[in-house]
Design a protein around this ligand. Structure first.
Ligand code: GDP
Ligand code: MG
Length: 692
């Protein structure tokens, strides 16, 4: 079956930016221009834009959706949503997993801002090729050359301008394409949909020569034939330059730079050209690695249609029209409507009743989809964000996406008793969408607890409950979610014995457990170390289950117990009297008492914190971090600022945003990621801190 768009003409991209740099405006323009081209001649271009935006608002779709498809120059571009906020770094990482290339938007005035910096480094880590777009060239104070310099100095990247602004600030009039040597001006009557190429004005010739020389140099580093042409004084063709720049971009040797003003409808189509010309197709990315499902061993999947099917679910949304909607990146093979795929993590087969392609203002049902593509599937029952789906005859799993554990808890209740059921339903939907959000109703107190990765994370979720779901709620103060572990090895017997009046036993369960401190992040490990069959093997799984449940329930101080190695070392059995439940009761008792005797300690979440501060405030910021029990790992100059890396207990980070702002007169910023759990120092445990 022929694919509609050949894989080399596919682009899976993310648009990433510091908040307010213009990601939303740019995305809207992209969707508008690509939609317009698609139905050229059908609409009056002048009114189309406003109509389009109105419709978009009414339906409240899809520019904020997980992935949306558009077409440009016979290429298919899938735009994957990337969140702009620091607290969602896990989300950023997740989207970086499934996109092949990225457009990084900078503000022509503000330049490289801390968040774009953080995301840039993530993108380096994941090896994502990038182009940059310097937006807002129309604003007073916009300065193209300065942003180029910042990209070089702060991000350590090599920017290669492929365009120049014609005028900066309010006089910004168009974009000069350095490769074709033309000035593009955009017709305001059609909201920039019509644009024309003109000769470059005389006064820009010198600047064009300067930047063009650097561009050709960069291309020559990649391609010898350009080098030869360059050396012999000939002019390499635009096609040759573009293909050399493409190679260098994919190798991440340099970053092509575009510019424009999305708000004034200047330059967006040229940015789309650059996406097509320089960002990779799935074919450029090549084979992806996975792991065999049963046992060790790696395996690979090539992005071709005749390789066994494999896909990764990178987002689950609750959609007002179809319910659960799962977004898949297909890494290899075909997906067909009606087909069943295996989800190895859930050990379930999922049937694909419907395949959907999401556009800006509509969705389309398709019957098949191919390697490299991104599509949405409604109604998958078992598949969670991060799960692999694959051909049942050729199973594999991709590296699971690692999510931060929920380190902050908060009590929540509906303002009106009538809303309780709706609240539970809404919480379930939010948890389906977001693997870092959890909730749980305490059966004893009836209280509902929500947990997430940060204060802001919970704040945004609570706001969504009120706005999107229309459920007014009351919340308590957020507090740290602690864990417990043990520091000594103990042996502990557990007996659950009940006898009837006649003297015969009616219940008999007896185990001996050995508990010892386990490795960090090992959670609970269980080993059956019985050397003789003191307990029938049939009961062993129930014993393990009971221990895990007892650990999760917080047997000592109410916090989950982790990092304990449990060995079953003894026990006994009475024919006709022992049941599964008796052994569960015995194991629960043994575990609880054992933990209490093994010198338990509290563990608290430690965060990896990166702070950027101006030099004047450096001393104060460091002193403040020290007071917060922070361990400073490094301090490095970064452009005009200093970057501090530190490890700080989460319990000490409440209200840090405000404090940092006041210490730095608003110029400081920080990011924070979960690192690990660590014992709470004694002097702190003794105080009130624990009950934050
Ligand atoms: P996001 O937070 O990155 O999604 O940024 P938005 O697209 O929401 O834009 C933030 C603000 O900047 C809005 O008020 C936009 O109207 C404005 N803006 C976006 N692009 C431009 C531009 O090219 N020029 C100017 N002057 N303002 C812009
Ligand atoms: Mg936005």
């Amino acid at each position: 079956m022929p694919r509609r768009v050949p894989i080399e003409r596919l682009r899976n991209i993310g648009i990433i930016a510091h908040i307010d740099a213009g990601k939303t405006t740019t995305t809207e323009r992209i969707l508008y221009y690509t939609g317009l081209i698609h139905r050229m001649g059908e609409v009056d271009e002048g009114t189309a834009f406003t109509d389009y935006m109105e419709q978009e608002k009414e339906r409240g779709i899809t520019i904020t959706s997980a992935a949306v498809t558009c077409f440009w120059r016979e290429h298919q571009i899938n735009i994957i949503d990337t969140p702009g906020h620091v607290d969602f770094t896990a989300e950023v990482q997740r989207s970086l997993r499934v996109l092949d290339g990225a457009v990084v938007v900078f503000c022509g005035v503000a330049g490289v801002q801390p968040q774009s910096e953080a995301v840039w480094h993530h993108a380096d880590r994941y090896g994502v090729p990038r182009i940059a777009y310097i937006n807002k060239m129309d604003r007073v104070g916009a300065n193209f050359a300065r942003v180029l310099e910042q990209i070089q100095q702060r991000l350590g990247a090599r920017p290669v301008a492929i365009q120049l602004p014609c005028g900066e600030g309010p006089s910004f009039a168009g974009v000069i394409d350095l490769i074709s040597g033309q000035l593009y001006v955009f017709d305001p009557e059609t909201y920039g949909a019509r644009y024309t190429a003109l000769p470059v004005p005389e006064e820009y010739q010198e600047q064009v020569r300067h930047y063009r020389e650097r561009l050709v140099e960069a291309a020559a580093e990649v391609d010898d034939s350009i080098l030869e042409a360059y050396v012999s004084g000939a002019t390499p063709s635009p096609e040759d330059i573009r293909s050399a720049l493409r190679v260098g971009t994919l190798r991440r040797q340099f970053v092509p730079i575009c510019c424009g003003s999305s708000l004034r409808n200047i330059g967006v189509q040229l940015l789309l050209d650059a996406v097509v010309d320089y960002l990779p197709s799935p074919l450029d990315i090549g084979a992806v690695h996975g792991y065999s499902v049963d046992g060790p061993g790696e395996t690979e999947r090539l992005p071709t249609d005749d390789t066994p099917t494999s896909a990764l679910c990178f987002k689950v949304l609750s959609d007002p029209y179809v319910g659960r909607l799962s977004f898949l990146r297909i890494y290899s093979g075909l997906l067909e409507q009606g087909q069943s795929l295996l989800n190895p993590a859930a050990k379930k087969q999922e049937r694909l009743h419907k395949l959907l392609r999401m556009y800006a203002n509509r969705r389309e049902e398709i019957t098949e989809a191919y390697a490299g593509d991104i599509i949405a599937i409604p109604g998958l029952r078992w598949t969670k964000t991060g799960d692999t789906l694959c051909d049942p005859h050729h199973p594999l799993v991709f590296e699971p996406i690692l999510f931060s554990p929920p380190v902050i808890n908060q009590a929540i209740e509906a303002r009106s008793a009538a809303d309780v059921d709706r609240l539970m339903e809404a919480l379930q939907r939010l948890a389906d969408e977001d693997p870092t959000f959890h909730y749980r109703a305490d059966e004893e107190t009836g209280q509902i607890l929500i947990s997430g990765v940060g204060e802001l994370h919970l704040e945004i979720l609570v706001e969504r409950l009120q706005r999107e779901f229309g459920i007014p709620v009351k919340v308590g103060r957020p507090y740290v979610s602690y864990r417990e572990t043990i520091t000594q090895t103990v042996r502990q017997e557990g007996r659950f014995v009940r006898s009837t009046q006649g003297g015969a036993y009616s219940h008999y369960g007896h185990v001996v457990l050995e508990l010892s401190p386990g490795d960090r992040n090992s959670d609970i490990t269980f080993e059956n170390a019985l050397t003789e069959p003191a307990i029938p093997p049939l009961f062993i799984p129930a014993i393990e289950r009971a221990i895990r449940q007892a650990a999760a329930a917080g047997p000592v101080a109410g916090y989950p117990v982790v990092d304990v190695a449990v060995r079953l070392v003894g026990g006994s059995y009475r024919e006709g009297e022992s049941s599964e439940a008796d052994y569960q009761a015995a194991a629960t008792l043994a575990f609880r008492e054992g933990v209490a005797r093994a010198r338990p300690v509290l563990l608290e979440p430690l965060m990896q914190v990166e702070v950027l501060t101006p030099e004047e405030a450096l001393g104060d910021v460091l002193a403040d971090l020290n007071m917060r029990r922070g361990r400073i790992e490094s301090v490095q100059p970064q452009g005009p600022l200093h970057q501090i890396r530190a490890s700080v207990p989460l319990a000490e980070m409440f209200g840090y945003v405000t404090q940092l702002r006041s210490l730095t007169q608003g110029r400081g910023s920080y990011t924070m990621l979960f690192s690990h759990y660590e014992p709470v120092p004694h002097k702190v445990t003794a105080g009130e801190k624990v009950l934050v």
